[in-house]
Write a protein that binds this ligand. Structure first.
Ligand code: SF4
Length: 65
């Protein structure tokens, strides 16, 4: 699994990086930025990734198989 954020959709609500701090950080405008977009999500962080996708009101957090 990989996690990415659609910058066009992201409105900076901050729920993703509050929910998945091991995977996502915030930029200077409060938008989510994936910490390591080229790396697969570690198995121990997959639950965080799913939660971040679920809480994003803009559906901007995308999980790729
Ligand atoms: S929760 Fe969604 S809209 Fe909010 S910062 Fe994260 S990706 Fe962007």
């Amino acid at each position: 699994m990989r996690i990415r954020i659609d910058e066009e959709r992201c409105e900076g609500h901050g729920r993703c990086w509050e929910t998945a701090p091991d995977l996502v950080e915030d930029d200077d405008r409060g938008r989510g930025v994936v910490r390591d977009p080229d790396a697969p999500v570690a198995p121990e962080h997959e639950a965080q990734a799913r939660q971040a996708a679920n809480v994003c009101p803009e559906r901007a957090v995308i999980l790729d198989p």
